[in-house]
Design a protein around this ligand. Structure first.
Ligand code: TNX
Length: 535
């Protein structure tokens, strides 16, 4: 009923807008629904008219500005149906993009100034312009899809926004190992999370059930190790070309790909392919499926393990005492690092329950040294803090605060992903048809109402690199499943990562998210209508 009323109201508004042209209602800038909430917003009385006459103007080095200008053009086109021109000549009714070192003291910051005659987005670097564009998109009164405008006029409130992120690392993780997701799905997700100024996408590329990235020097990893998933089935993998395509696409949205190869545990898919890496582990009998190597024209490999089609964890490990294991991880880390422009390589390191601690520690230290050798910094789940970490290494806090504190005592920073708050695979409540609940049920208010600096006295602001929300995919099969678990919670986590603590407020977030729900609905996104929100 409420939805019907809303629809009638919106239709009435739209008719009013179309027939009266300029008399459309403008929501003033201080009543905005911007997520993540900006550092400062100063409204003015008035509006800018976005129409087919609006031009996008590049006011500094066009080679640096063109890609963001093209993004802006296509984003505004999708929302409104307008086809804006891009040029270098400034006139009335322009959206000006300007690289300007003075626009913000922060390297990722931006300023957005909207007057009756022009919109100026200025930033010291292209990523700042991109973030300014995300903010501007949220001020456009059209949602795309069925709520696209029809070549008319769109009024944007005047005023200024000054903004920059709280944390340098604002991330999401997608587990493509339990279930595989196509390059197209990953690109769609990249577009959706870029809206919320997320700048890292961590890909969990290997686990017991599947190996998802081509390694040229160990080809069976994908032909054998990639051909399985939770529940059994064909699995899948990225060729190196696919991976490079994902990296390039992410770069165009100012998102850094963080590749993870989980080790020494969570490695059954590598042991499916190469028995030589196996110290003698087996797969839980209930979920083991034998592999027919003959059918693939391969020799028998008695030490190779069967597929694991279940979701139990902690039973697998590499043979940490065999030199071949280190040749193997050297090749894997080298090949992936060569394709990865970002600074991090994630070595996993979680839940290695069958690796003795005296084997685990030197293994992590050797893996860390190989990551350094290939020019990357090590990221690892919080257990890696048992080893001697380099100061450049980062521990990802998911389970144990004492591990995070161990890392901090060694001079490392931590990435905050507390499972009880930030895990996107946790059910919203006991009725959620997807997800797990071993850590908690996480409703939208619980995903929002926490701060990384308030969990433990010893984890202080300066120890925190940023925040990441992981999506494990034991129960997640389709892209619609991803959307359901990610939205709206990722918007909450993104605000924790971007916005200053004192600007955040649940009641206000709860109001602002409604507008996002309308846009998601117009775009056909399968999001969770949390009962905590009056959608
Ligand atoms: C724990 S979180 C895991 C994953 C599972 C996840 C399910 C972490 C570092 N390890 O292997 O997928 O729980 O919620």
């Amino acid at each position: 009923m409420k939805q019907l009323k809303n629809m009638l109201f919106m239709t009435a508004l739209a008719i009013l807008g179309f027939s009266c042209g300029k008399k459309q209602e403008v929501i003033p800038l201080d009543k905005h629904s911007i997520i993540p909430i900006p550092v400062s917003v100063a409204p003015e009385a008035g509006s800018f008219t976005l129409s087919s006459k609006t031009a996008i103007v590049l006011s500094s080095d066009p080679s640096q500005l063109e890609p963001v200008a093209e993004y802006l053009k296509s984003a505004l086109g999708n929302l409104t149906g307008l086809n804006l021109s891009i040029g270098q000549e400034e006139k009335d009714n322009s959206i000006i993009l300007s690289l300007d070192a003075g626009a913000s003291p922060h390297e990722e910051g931006y300023s957005l100034s909207i007057s009756d005659k022009k919109i100026l987005i200025a930033a010291p670097a292209p990523e700042g312009l991109f973030y300014g564009i995300q903010t501007l998109k949220q001020l456009v009164p059209a949602h795309g899809g069925s709520s696209k405008g029809s070549g008319n006029q769109f009024l944007i409130p005047t005023g200024t926004v000054q903004d920059h992120p709280e944390y340098a690392y604002r991330g999401m993780m997608l587990d493509v190992a339990r279930h595989f997701f196509s390059v197209e799905d990953v690109k769609k997700l990249i577009d959706q999370i870029a809206v919320y100024k997320i700048n890292h996408l961590h890909l969990h590329l290997s686990d017991d059930q599947g190996w998802r990235i081509e390694i040229k020097s160990w080809p069976l990893l994908t032909t054998i190790g990639g051909a399985n998933q939770v529940g059994g089935g064909e699995g899948g993998f990225y060729t190196q070309e696919d991976y490079k395509e994902i990296v390039r696409y992410a770069q165009s949205r100012f998102i850094t790909i963080v590749p993870e190869i989980d080790m020494p545990g969570h490695t059954n898919s590598a042991l499916n392919a190469y028995g030589i890496l196996n110290p003698g582990i087996t797969v839980p009998e209930k979920t083991a499926v034998p592999i027919d190597r003959k059918a693939l024209g391969l020799e028998e490999d008695p030490k190779a393990t069967p597929y694991h089609t279940g979701i139990e964890v902690g039973f697998s490990t590499f043979d940490t005492n065999n030199p071949v294991t280190y040749q193997f991880i050297d090749d894997v880390i080298r090949e992936i690092s060569e394709m990865t422009p970002g600074p991090y390589f994630h070595i996993g390191g979680d839940e290695s329950h069958v690796t003795a601690m005296e084997d685990y520690i030197p293994f992590i230290e050797k893996a860390q040294a190989i990551v350094s050798k290939y020019g990357k910094k090590t990221l690892g789940w919080d257990e890696v803090a048992h080893a001697k970490l380099l100061p450049t290494s980062v521990a990802q806090y998911w389970a144990k605060a004492e591990n995070a504190i161990l890392a901090i005592e060694q001079g490392s920073q931590v990435l905050m992903s507390p499972a009880v708050k930030a895990y996107l695979d946790m059910q919203y409540d006991s009725t959620t048809h997807l997800g797990l609940h071993w850590a908690a049920y996480i409703e939208l208010d619980q995903a929002y109402n926490w701060d990384p600096t308030e969990l433990e006295a010893q984890i202080r602001r300066e120890n925190i690199l940023g925040v990441e929300a992981p999506l494990w995919t034991e129960t997640i099969i389709t892209f619609e499943d991803i959307e359901y678990m990610v939205f709206p919670r990722l918007a909450a986590i993104a605000e924790i990562a971007w916005s200053p603590k004192n600007a955040r407020n649940w009641e206000d977030f709860r109001r602002r998210i409604v507008w996002h729900g309308q846009r998601w609905e117009a775009q056909g996104k399968n999001f969770y209508r949390s009962p905590k929100v009056e959608w």
